[in-house]
Each structure stands twice: as C-alpha cells, then as structure tokens.
Design a protein around this ligand. Sequence first.
Ligand SMILES: Nc1ncnc2c1ncn2[C@@H]1O[C@H](COP(=O)(O)OP(=O)(O)OP(=O)(O)O)[C@@H](O)[C@H]1O
Length: 225
Amino acid sequence: MNTRPVVRLTGVSKSFSMPGAPPIAVLNGVDFTLQPGEKASLTGPSGSGKSTLLALIAGLLEPDSGTVEVGGESLASRSEYQRAEVRARTTGIALQSDNLIPFLSARENVELALGFGSDVTRRRAPTVARELLERFGVGHRADHVPRHLSGGEAQRVALAVAIANRPAVLLADEVVAQLDAETAARVIDEVLTVDIAVLYITHDVALADRVTTRYELVDHRVRPR
Ligand SMILES: Nc1ncnc2c1ncn2[C@@H]1O[C@H](COP(=O)(O)OP(=O)(O)OP(=O)(O)O)[C@@H](O)[C@H]1O
C-alpha cells in the first residue's frame, strides 16, 4: 500500500514584510502531512494563516524556510512555472470566489479543467462536465456564465472545476460560505465521497466536524483539534 503523504510540510515558516512595518510572522515551523484520500479540515482564528498555508501547498507562495512536498514532489528550488506545472498535475483549488473564467459557461469552465491531463476525450467532455455539475446540484445552470450564477452556485461550479482533473489533493478555502446550512452540508458530504485527499479550510466548526481528521492553526502552527 502506498502510504507516502500527498502533502508534506516540514518546518515551514512564513512571514510577510511591508515597507516601514515590522515583519508579520504567520507560520513558524509548521509540520503537516495529508495522506492519500485523507479528508481533513483546518480551522483557526481569522488571520492565523490558513489561506497562507493553502497558498504554500499550492505553490503560489514560497516558504521562508522549510520544505513543501506535494504528490511526492518537492516544490523547493523550483521556478514559478515549474510550481505551476506541479500544481496542474496534482492539486485542485477552490476558493470562496473568483474561481471561474468569466466569459465561459459553467460547463465550459469544467470542460477546460477536464482537458488538462485527464483521460477524458474531447468528445465525452460535455457529458462528463454536466455530470460533475449535477453532482453538486448545479446541472441546471450549465449554460450560465459566472455573472449569471448566484454566489453559492458559482462556488459549487468551482468545486466541480477543482475536482474535474482528479487531482491528488483538493484545497478548498471557505468554499460553501455562501450556501445555506443544509446545502452546504450536502455539498461538503459530496466532496467527501471523491477519492482524493481534501484539505477543507473553514470557520464553520459544524462543517469542519463532518470530515475525518481535524486540525487547527494556532500560535503559528498546525495541531490536531
Ligand atoms: N501578501 C501579504 N502581505 C502582507 N501580509 C499578508 C499577506 N497575506 C497575508 N498577510 C497577513 O498574514 C496573516 C494571515 O493571513 P491569512 O489570510 O493566511 O489568514 P487566514 O487564517 O486565512 O484568515 P481568515 O480566516 O480571516 O481568512 C494576516 O495577518 C494577513 O494580514
């Protein structure tokens, strides 16, 4: 059995510097692993560094020290372009908003995501895209462009986009914040049926408790909750 973590952070520290102000230390010596297929939530106070952690795993930020590995590949000493390549192969990202290409319909957004490295042929892409949208209860909005979707519908389309390429890990940051409690729970439960690792960042402890492993970010580190 392959037990190599899909995400491994070792001794990761990150601070931000603003001109004329002392640096803000956000993460300090974070050790964190996510196993293949593991469903984990990450809670923590506002400003504690949850989105920063997600950006480091996605290779959108570089740590000041420590190492980040995703899908068994180290992101250290890689160019931005190389990190983007690793991200495209291994990682799905769904954020609270601004996930979608504005001039493409919901279905076309998903189709585009299917095209990157998946074995779905061009011919089957529209059907597969529609199935993914239906899975999240937005099949009836397949032909809408993002500005004609509600906030909650756009978030569900974004989840379909993020898992379309069957990434090894889904990074989801407050992805159901605009949904009513019942729909949010249903969408999270749907995400949990996908056979990939999930790191779900939220302030909503009730939703965070639906997953199997729970972490919190406090005092610049990740610890089990
Ligand atoms: N690019 C940046 N430049 C300067 N400071 C930043 C930058 N990005 C984040 N920060 C700071 O780092 C800290 C952590 O931010 P982050 O967004 O990771 O927190 P969070 O836990 O996701 O917060 P929230 O729950 O409110 O979304 C905050 O104090 C924020 O102001």
